[in-house]
Every structure is written in C-alpha cells, then in structure tokens.
Design a protein around this ligand. Sequence first.
Ligand code: NDP
Length: 485
Amino acid sequence: MTRNAQPAASHFVDGAYVEDTAGEAIPVIYPATGETVATVHAATPAIVERALAAAARAQAEWAATDPTARGRVLRRAADIMRTRNRALSEIETLDTGKPLQETLVADATSGADALEYFGGLAADLTGTTMQFGGDWAYTVRRPLGVCVGIGAWNYPTQIACWKGAPALATGNAMVFKPSETTPLSALKVAEILVEAGLPAGLFNVVQGMGAVGAMLTTDPRVAKVSLTGSVPTGRKVYAAAAAEMKHVTMELGGKSPLLVFDDADLEDAVSGAINANFYASGQVCSNGTRVFLQDGIAERFLARLTERLEGAVIGDPLDEATSFGPMTTEAQMRIVLDHLETAKREGARVVAGGERLDREGFWIAPTVLADLTDDMACVREEIFGPVMSVLTFADEAEAIRRANDTPFGLSAGVFTRDIARAHRVVGALHAGSCWINQYNLTPAGLPFGGSRASGIGRENARAALDHFTEVQSVYVGMGPVEAAY
Ligand code: NDP
C-alpha cells in the first residue's frame, strides 16, 4: 500500500475541509520507519474562530432536532466506518505505528461501537418526576452547548468517537483537537459524520499543539472540555476550565496494578499481563504496568511470560502478521529509554528486552523488569511504553495496600480462581475500571474513567450522557400562591 496519507486539508470546519498554510507545518511521521507520510498545519486563530463560530451557530438547531433523528445520523456513521474499516485502519497504523493486526479490531471498530451505542441511546434521554403534595416537579437533561474534545496520540479514532458520539447524541456541538502527532483519523471521523447526514458545524476538527488546545479551552463560548492526556496537561486544562466554570471530563494517565494470585490460571494471567503491557506497544492509559505476583506463582509466571514473549512478531506494522509495533513518536521512545536507564541504575533486573531495537523508526523491545521495590521510579511513574514492572507479594492484604499506594486510580486487574476474593479485592482497590480474569476490555456500554489523579468523569455508557448534559429542574405549582403580604 502507499505510504502517502496526505489528507485533503488540515482542518475540517463547518462541514468541509479547510486549509490555512499560515499555521505551523506539522509533519506526520510513520513511526516504523521515521518517514513523513503527510503534513498538516496548526490552526491559526482564524481557523479556531471559524470552528467555534460554526459550532455555536449549528448547536441550537441540533439540540432541537428529534433525538431519534440525531441517533440515526450516528448509527449511519457507524455503518460507514465499519465498511471502511480497512482503509481507516491503514491510516491509523501510518499515524500511530500500531500494527494493522490491532488497528483492524480496536480503533475504527471501537469508534463505530461508540457511534452505534450512543446513536441508539439518543432517544432515551430521560428525566425524573417528583410529587410535592399537590405540586410536582420534573427534570430535563439539556445539552451543554459547544464542547471541546482534546485527544492523546494512542487511540486517535477511538478518542474522537468516544467524545464526539455522546456529545452529539445529547445535542451538543464539538470542536475536536487531535494530538499534533496523530492528526489524520479525526478528520476521517468528521468526514464520515457529515456523509452520514450530520449538519455542518457540529463536529469540527482543528489541528495544533497545546497552544491551540489552550485557545479552545479558554474561549467563553465553550461549555465543556473533555481531555484525554497526561496528568500534568490535565491539571492545566482543568484549571483553565475552572476559571470560567466549564464542565470537564479528564481521562488521564495511570500506573495501574495487576494482581495475580497463586491460584490463578497461569496461561490466562500471562495473557492478561501481555495485553496489559504490550498492546499498542504499551501506550495505553489503563495498562496494568505494576504486575504483582503472589510468591507461589512468581517463578512459573516469569518463565512462561519469557517464553510467550518470544512469540511476538516484530516487523512492519502494515503486515498483518506483525503483533508488536514501534513507539508512536521519537520523543516518546526517548522518554521510555530514559526510564529504562533509570531502572537499571536503580538495580532493576532486565528479564526481557530493556533496550532500543536496532532498526529504523522508534522501536523498543518488549521489556520485563524484576527485582523491584515499590519506591523505584519504574514502579511509581507512568512510562507509557512496553515496560512491565514485576513485583511479588505474600498475601491479599499486602497486595491491596501496595496496589493502592499510588496517586493514580485509573484501572486495576485481578487474576484468581477464588470468586469471593476477586470481588473483595476489587472492592478495596482505588480504581475507576477493574477487570477480573481479563484486562483492558472497554465495551461502549461500560463506563470508563479514573479516580484520584487519573481523572474526573466517565466516558462510555449512560454515564457519558450525564457528563454531556446538565439537569434542569422544573417545579410545577398546582394550587394558589401564598405570599406573606
Ligand atoms: P498530553 O497530555 O501531552 O497531551 C494531550 C492533549 O492535550 C494533546 O492533544 C496536547 O496537544 C493537548 N495539550 C497539551 N497542552 C495543552 C494545554 N495547555 N491546553 C489544552 N490542550 C493541551 O498527552 P499525550 O498526547 O502525550 O498522551 C499520553 C497521555 O495520555 C498518557 O499520560 C496517557 O496515560 C494518557 N491517556 C489517557 C487515557 C484515558 O482514557 N484515561 C487514554 C489515552 C491516553 P499536543 O500534544 O498536540 O501538544
């Protein structure tokens, strides 16, 4: 296939592609080789203004549209996405470097699931009624208005859809800024939504770095900001939004624990740990990067894990046989390499990988670190790369205490055959999303999001409808009105 992924223009505003070459040029790099496959331009203030003005103009009529009709547009968009899955997956692979083997099943397909799910829910935005003696009251869920979505670079299509679908289903308009390093797929989402019948101005995509995100976040026309990104960026965006009392959803980073008890199915636990650390080359916010093994299973687990890692197919991500790809950016590769240096200096034992792979592009070998203590940087900090930190524990109470000893709270996993223990343990863990005998599955109908430093709010499921609407209460007087004078 061709490695030219040049989009029709950099931005998608008011129903059409638009260009403004006055904005800084941003090369789009295929991480597997380092070659440039497209160039886009950062949005100038004029483009940002056009996008916000279009969104503000289009939103009121969309909010007044029959919700069934709104939902139909989203469901049509889901169908179009599925029929174009291969082409969309190839773009996602060129943009992120994730193997086609993954993008074919985890990106446009996940986006389509969200569009379909929220398309179906659009007509089911309900309120409540209450009786107060003879009087009564009801509540209505109203859209917020213009919402801003800001994405990270690991799941560009999914993030655009996870934010766009619930926003649009509930009658909002959105201006979406992808990460500067993965600008391509959100444009395709916008194009498909318009093809599916979305009126112009309701889903706009503007490119750019943090400065463009900041321009959007601080605009008084914006009612809500939904960010997927790191904790430091989350703090900045949350503070900027707070200045004008905007609503926020913050999907941030993590350092999630994966607890493997000695009665666990070994093969399933190893599979879970592989998925929780090496899928997308470890660039997944919810990854279970602190793998706690109960003493009785630790040796067998590490032996089997090492064997299984030899089965990773490291190669051209566009080849469907490839199961492990590069880091999405050179900068991220350097960050991960720095973490590996620190870990080695602090005394970590490298069980597998531990270094850059000798090939073009931004590759780091699947890495397993052992002989660690809880205070080492590789156990405390989010690395966002293919690095599994393995620790051991003696009993359940110790595992829970150490698993919770982190400022993050995004996710957690437990592998055990003891069903009572599984539920008891997740009940004690500080994590927004937990898996028992599985890891990292995120169906559209299940709320997803973090607690503590990992974020605020939830994406997916009915929970997302709440986060893109606000309640209006209406008290209805049925009798005479009494007054003091
Ligand atoms: P960053 O925090 O660097 O960036 C996130 C987005 O915010 C980018 O689009 C970025 O633009 C933009 N941005 C940066 N500064 C500002 C600002 N001041 N105002 C508004 N927008 C701004 O994250 P990464 O892209 O590096 O993604 C990795 C992080 O995302 C990891 O911590 C990961 O855990 C987290 N993540 C969380 C997920 C979740 O659902 N909880 C899912 C996926 C990732 P640009 O980069 O173009 O400068």
